[in-house]
Every structure is written in structure tokens, then in C-alpha cells.
Ligand binder design. Structure first.
Ligand code: SF4
Ligand code: SF4
Length: 460
């Protein structure tokens, strides 16, 4: 019966259900239970060169400890093992086979948010993200790797194709509306129950089935060229208005905008989860798609996606003609900005700059610059010592306690209420912070700079 209504339900429930009680209740044939992800061969031998190159990366660390105060997990735990220096030492010890990559060691490595604040601060230029991504890939291919939760395994699998991702989100919405998820949550326990509960309270309330977008929007006035908008995996579902706002801004600046329907996820979550090959597959599909469009730029609305598109997960380099920009960065570098006019909007904005924007793109000032174009707007940045908000892609499911602690810290300033709206430039952070705000009175609004500009242009 369920299968008739919800095609693919077996796949989802099988993955969610780790206990036979649930499987029996839902009449799931046990032989159909799959272990995800399929691509990992548990006994695959790892070439020594991989170990050597990771060890070489650890050699750059001079153990000065300057990164410690910048690390959000160190700030919470006050333990060396939860710091960048501690994790580097841990990786070295595992690779040199001085210790086993047991559950506890893996936990310390998995607690890293890949916020890359340590990387920005490090005087020895340790390529921390390259090391951690490489180590997670190494662990994924090793026997004894700690299994991620059902939700993250589903997300990694579904994100490998846009169609599958849409089907996954739609299925989630249907299961929630029909009460099935609530029922599954009631009869499940442990990690499965908490994952479902988180999905129901933090993600699904924010998701709406998106109205289809056109694949091309013409420029208004004299043309300055053509660009493509990268919408990522969540923007359409969580905040389709932001995509429309960005199209309005860009077309009024004089750009024709492509929004190709076949674009795939940027692959950032896969890289950080240790699934580099899958990230590379996604990157290659996106490159193939965008390189056949007559565009001068790909513009991303989320800083993490921009990083995901530009940092190479493959051995083949990015085609030279493809230039990727974050939205505010593109605006400040374009002569089209002069064509925009804004009505005064007396409003104080609390600006949250995501880690990927601050520590990797390092273009945070462009966001403030763009917002200050609107007369009457005052921008209050979250304090400079503000750590990662805890979203970090799938991290909010894999490490919910740490994610929420960090999220609440980021929102401490929001508690003062002396601003009108919060602004962020990353959909993952937006989703996580909105989820947390929803647990309170939900009165604080979270927007993207494109939404603010669009409103100030009189296009609400
Ligand atoms: S700042 Fe750099 S060199 Fe110093 S301990 Fe941290 S990672 Fe190592
Ligand atoms: S990337 Fe962020 S969470 Fe990870 S060790 Fe560096 S500062 Fe800490």
C-alpha cells in the first residue's frame, strides 16, 4: 500500500530502520536492506603514496598552537584532541600506525567542522582542509570506519543526481504530511529516532516544493553579457525567493541569466565527508554543462557552493573559461552595479558571514559593501570572534549537540533584538540558524543580500 503511494519508500525506510522491530512492523523484506554508500569497498587497499602525501601535509605543522583559540570545537571542549593541532597529531599517529583509528579517534576527526578558521590563521600555511578531506577519504576506504547516520547516508546518495535529490525531498514532505514520519519516529529509538525528529523539526518545516524556474532570463536595457546562476541543492527548496531576487538584480544590471535545470550539487559535502570521487563526478557534470553556455561568469548564491565549485576534487583542472563568483563579489566587480537605484530602507541588519565566505573566499567585505548601497541601511556584523554556526553541511545531523551549541552561540547576539533582520550568504547556515530560531519564537527574519537589494529596488 505504502509503496503504491510513495515510490521508493522501501529504499528510504530500509535506510532509516536499523532495527528488525521496525522492519517487521513495516513489512520490509530484510534481503532488500542496503548498506550505503555503495561505492566504498571495505577492504580496498590504500596505496602508500596516499599515506605519504597525507603525512607530508602533517609535516608542515610546527605545533605552535596559534590556531587553538580560533577553533570552535576547542573553545567548546577545551581539549587538545578537539583542536587543529591535536587533530593533525592524531592523523600523523594513525598514519604512522602508532595508534588505531578507533571510534574515539574518528570522533575527534569527525567533530571538525571544516570551518577553516585555523587555516586562515596558521603561520605555517598548513593545508588543513586538504589534509582533513584526504584523511576522511582514507578512513572511508578503511575497514572499521564508523558508519554515519541514516539521514547523512541518504543525503550523500540522493545528492548524486538532482532528480534523485528532488524525489528524496518530495518523499520527505509526503511522509511528513501523511503522518508516516511521525509514526516512524514514535516507534523508533536511539539515533534513528533523533535523526527523524531533527528532520521533522529543523528541515522539513523550511522546505516547499519549488515552482519551476525558466532556464533563461533576458537582460533589461543595454546588455552587459550573460551569466549563469548556480542554485545548489537547497536554495530552491528553502528560499526560492532569493533566486528570483538575484535574477531581478542581475537582469536589471544588464545581464541575461541562465538557470540551467540540469545543474548538479556542487559536491562540497561529499568532499568533506570523504567521498572525493563522487564530488569529482558532480564537478565534472557541472563543468560540462556550464562550459557549453555562452556565459562570462557562474554566480553562486551560497559561499559554500562557490568553494565547492572552485576547489578541485578531480585530477583534471577547471576549464579556463569558467569563472565562478559569489553573488556580492560579482556585483562589486561589475559596472552594472551603477545601473541599480534603491529607495531608502531604514533598517539595521545583523550580518552573519559564513566560514566559507570569511576563511576560504575571504570576500566578506564585499557583502557589507553591497548592503550599504541601500540608503538607510545600517550593517552590524556579528562579533569578529564569532565562531562557526555549526551547520557545516551534514554536520548538523552527524553532530547535533555541537552544532546546536555553536548555533546558539552565533545567535546570542541575535537575542539582544536591536536589529531588524539577519543576513547570511550561505544556505546551509541559513537553514541551521532558521531551524534554531524556529525552536524559539521564530520572530527573527533571515535573508540573503539579494533579497535586501531586491526589496530596496521596489521589487518585494
Ligand atoms: S597554527 Fe598551524 S602550525 Fe601552528 S599548530 Fe596550528 S596548524 Fe600547526
Ligand atoms: S577547521 Fe575549524 S573546527 Fe576544524 S580544526 Fe580548524 S578551526 Fe577547528
Amino acid at each position: 500500500m505504502l509503496v503504491l503511494f510513495f515510490p521508493g519508500i522501501f529504499h528510504v525506510i530500509n535506510t532509516l530502520c536499523s532495527n528488525t522491530r521496525l522492519q517487521n512492523i513495516l513489512l520490509i523484506p530484510t534481503r532488500s536492506i542496503q548498506t550505503l554508500p555503495k561505492s566504498i569497498a571495505p577492504n580496498e587497499s590504500i596505496p602508500g603514496t596516499v599515506k605519504d602525501s597525507l603525512l607530508e601535509l602533517t609535516d608542515h605543522c610546527v605545533s605552535c598552537g596559534m590556531c587553538l583559540p580560533s577553533c570552535p570545537t576547542y573553545a567548546l571542549a577545551n581539549a587538545e584532541s578537539e583542536s587543529p593541532r591535536g587533530r593533525i597529531a592524531l592523523i600523523r599517529a594513525i598514519l604512522q600506525e602508532h595508534i588505531d583509528a578507533g571510534e574515539k579517534a574518528q570522533e575527534h576527526l569527525d567533530h571538525c567542522l571544516l570551518c577553516r578558521r585555523c587555516e586562515r590563521i596558521c603561520p605555517a600555511n598548513v593545508s588543513y582542509a586538504e589534509l582533513m578531506d584526504g584523511m576522511r577519504e582514507y578512513l572511508q576506504k578503511s575497514p572499521g570506519r564508523k558508519k554515519g547516520g541514516a539521514i547523512s547516508r541518504l543525503v550523500y546518495t540522493a545528492l548524486r543526481s538532482r532528480k534523485r535529490w528532488s524525489a528524496f525531498l518530495l518523499l520527505g514532505l509526503r511522509l511528513e504530511r501523511s503522518g508516516i514520519l511521525a509514526a516512524v519516529s514514535r516507534i523508533s529509538s536511539g539515533r534513528v529516532a533523533s535523526d527523524i525528529q531533527r528532520l521533522r523539526t529543523r528541515i522539513l518545516p523550511m522546505i516547499t516544493r519549488p515552482e519551476p524556474l525558466r532556464s533563461h532570463y533576458s537582460a533589461i536595457g543595454t546588455s552587459l553579457g550573460e551569466v549563469a546562476l548556480f542554485t545548489g541543492c537547497m536554495q530552491e527548496w528553502v528560499s526560492a525567493d532569493t533566486i528570483r531576487s538575484a535574477i531581478t538584480v542581475l537582469t536589471r544590471m544588464g545581464y541575461a541569466v541562465y538557470v540551467p535545470e540540469q545543474q548538479q550539487c556542487c559536491g562540497a559535502m561529499h568532499v568533506h565527508g570523504g567521498y572525493r570521487q563522487q564530488a569529482c563526478d558532480l564537478q565534472l557534470q557541472n563543468r560540462e554543462l556550464f562550459k557549453h553556455l555562452p556565459i562570462q561568469a557562474i554566480i553562486g548564491l551560497s559561499s559554500a557552493c562557490v568553494v565547492g565549485l572552485t576547489e578541485n576534487a578531480c585530477d583534471t583542472p577547471m576549464p579556463a573559461q569558467l569563472k565562478v563568483f559569489e553573488f556580492c563579489d560579482f556585483l562589486t566587480s561589475s559596472p552594472g552595479l551603477q545601473r541599480l537605484s534603491f529607495k531608502p530602507m531604514p533598517r539595521t541588519l545583523l550580518l552573519h558571514v559564513p566560514c566559507t565566505h570569511k576563511n576560504v573566499l575571504r570576500k566578506e567585505y564585499q557583502v557589507e559593501q553591497v548592503l550599504r548601497l541601500v540608503p538607510g541601511i545600517d550593517v552590524v556584523p556579528l562579533p569578529a570572534d564569532n565562531h562557526c554556526c555549526g551547520a557545516a553541511g551534514i554536520y548538523m545531523f552527524e553532530n547535533p549537540v555541537v552544532a546546536d551549541q555553536l548555533g546558539m552561540r552565533a545567535l546570542e547576539r541575535a537575542g539582544t533584538g536591536d536589529f531588524d533582520e539577519m543576513v547570511t550568504t550561505n544556505i546551509g547556515c541559513s537553514l541551521h540558524l532558521r531551524g534554531l530560531l524556529l525552536q524559539g519564537d521564530g520572530a527573527i527574519r533571515l535573508s540573503h543580500p539579494a533579497d535586501i537589494l531586491c526589496k530596496a529596488m521596489g521589487k518585494d
